[in-house]
Design a protein around this ligand. Structure first.
Ligand code: 0X9
Ligand code: CA
Ligand code: CA
Ligand code: CA
Ligand code: ZN
Length: 312
């Protein structure tokens, strides 16, 4: 469980219950399933929010993923807020209503439930980042595009950025990737935009992470400009700092690079509160910060959901 005073965060069990209740209360616009299971067998919950959620309609699809990194618990609360907001405000908030009616919104609130539960075992934070397979794989180094290419991950199982023995060796990344692959319908990827939440540093990051180049054979200068334009628009809404991912540091095998290179999905990362300075403590803001720091991204989430419908 979470340490005393931080009960505002949701354990995996509490998260599961909230999602089930939300699906029960909003059956017309919510469909709850999973993309598969974690290494230890926990369901990787998938929430779909749209009018006629039970049907695959011809609407632009958008994906939110949270908690690839175990200790980044604030991100799970972010995905939960997206679910609650797009359901509770449906029919009253005009923007939410319009977006739910014209998009298919997918949310995976925790990609790494095993790691997250391990991180709070016995009511003490452990600073755990990876999944729970062996000594742990860094899920955001395990994606299958330019996996292990460029010094942006480690081949040592004890490293915090261990990439795993092969691309998609982690059941969690394999499951999310298979879901994304399943959204290719009639040869067209239905998911048009994706946001992966991390903490911390208050950044908006776009691909590529594996190279310092802005554009190359898999990203035209126009496409690179679109990433920057959208990234800057998102950052203007929440006060984060926008930059290309590799300007932070080189990562290989990250989720954004795969989403763009393999599926042409406009895929970005947010690094949430705090801005810096906290060391390990930065991963554990008091639960009083959940409300303001997730609300801070409401407009950015709307911008991205809307952007999924912009033909390019
Ligand atoms: O290193 C990471 O995986 C992310 N930072 S964190 O402190 N949350 O671990 C940044 C990933 C950004 N890289 C790409 N988007 N390619
Ligand atoms: Ca508290
Ligand atoms: Ca619909
Ligand atoms: Ca569809
Ligand atoms: Zn992270």
């Amino acid at each position: 469980e979470f340490p005393a005073g931080d009960e505002g965060y949701h354990t995996y069990g509490e998260l599961t219950e909230v999602l089930r209740n939300t699906a029960d209360e909003h059956g017309e616009i919510v469909s709850l399933s999973d993309v598969g299971s974690s290494y230890e067998g926990r369901s990787l919950h998938l929430v779909k929010i749209s009018d006629n959620a039970g049907q695959d309609e011809d609407e632009p699809e958008v994906l939110f993923t949270c908690n690839q990194h175990a200790r980044e618990h604030l991100t799970t609360e972010m995905c939960l807020r997206i679910v609650e907001r797009f359901t509770d405000e449906y029919g009253s908030d005009p923007t939410v209503t319009e977006l739910v009616d014209t998009r298919e919104i997918y949310v995976i609130p925790t990609v790494n439930p095993d790691g997250a539960e391990y991180d709070i075992e016995n009511g003490r934070y452990k600073g755990w980042r990876k999944n729970r397979q062996g000594n742990g794989t860094d899920l955001n180094r395990n994606w299958g595009y330019q996996w292990g290419c460029c010094g942006g991950s480690s081949g040592s199982p004890y490293s915090e950025t261990y990439r795993g023995p092969s691309a998609f060796s982690a059941p969690e990344t394999r499951a999310v990737a298979s879901f994304v692959e399943s959204r290719v319908v009639g040869g067209t990827q239905q998911i048009k935009a994706h946001l992966d939440f991390h903490s911390y540093s208050e950044l908006v990051l776009w691909p590529y992470g594996y190279t310092y180049d802005d554009a190359n054979d898999t990203m035209t200068p126009e496409e690179a400009r679109r990433f920057q334009e959208v990234g800057e628009r998102l950052a203007a809404s929440n006060g984060y700092t926008p930059q290309q991912s590799s300007d932070l540091y080189i990562t290989d095998g990250s989720i954004n690079d795969w989403m763009w290179a393999e599926h042409d999905i406009l895929s970005l990362t947010f690094e949430m509160y705090p801005a810096g300075g906290g060391g390990l403590d930065g991963f554990y803001p008091p639960d009083e910060r959940i409300e303001p720091e997730t609300q801070r991204n409401d407009e950015a989430v709307e911008i991205l959901v809307a952007e999924a419908g912009n033909q390019v």
